[in-house]
Design a protein around this ligand. Sequence first.
Ligand code: ZN
Length: 271
Amino acid sequence: MIPRETIDRIYAAAKIEEVVSDYVTLRKRGANLIGLCPFHNEKTGSFTVSPSKGIYKCFGCGASGHAVGFIMEIEQCSYVEALKQLGKKYHIEVEERQLTVEEQQRQDDRESMFVVNDYCNQWFKEQLWETEEGKAIGLSYFRERGLRDDIIRKYQLGYSPEKGNPLAKALKAKGFKDKYVINNVDTKIGCGVCGMSDDGRMYDRFRDRVIFPLFTVSGKTVAFAGRILKKKDNVGKDVNSPDSIIYSKTNELYGIFQAKQSISRKDMCYL
Ligand code: ZN
């Protein structure tokens, strides 16, 4: 919960023209500012910002609101997330209700897992673009399937090498705790990018696969899907991150982060 006083300060600080300008190029027209609407496709600007009233209004699609609503709409985020984003922009500290010890621990666990996933995402991309194996197997596969390089980069596709469990080693060397790397099926803590073999050695869950990361709506790496390219017995074609306190497959939709602005602009989505 954000205190009322903080919310009032954010509302007072967030000038609609400054907030919108982070997303839309605005020109002056009389007392107002005008630009191309970010919520529908148009060639002439009908998106109007009124600094004196503190609101925006589009005469093309009817979108309208104040600064906080604008952020919610364009980022497709919650009210609280919009307040936090504006708080950051205007250097207003957004302190929430004191969390209980358990809530704090859970939040720390979640954040640590996102850090691990983020690191892995970078690492998988490096393997794809910067290693001989990644280029020869992963990158050439994506290109053969007709994916352009800009699309491969946009969707942040990656590669996980076949031998030697290099990701497990890299995570260890970086000092990440095992409990955030290996998934515990009971507590649901741990990303599960690595597993533990019976003899107590950590192995790369996604080894020898091309990698498709999944992102939250706000762009955090929440899970991975890995596809094997060779025919192998007793090995699944696809491997996915296990359920955890940050990832449930019913809650996430592949590509939503990359598509959210277009979906909102066109007010339409093909699934
Ligand atoms: Zn519009």
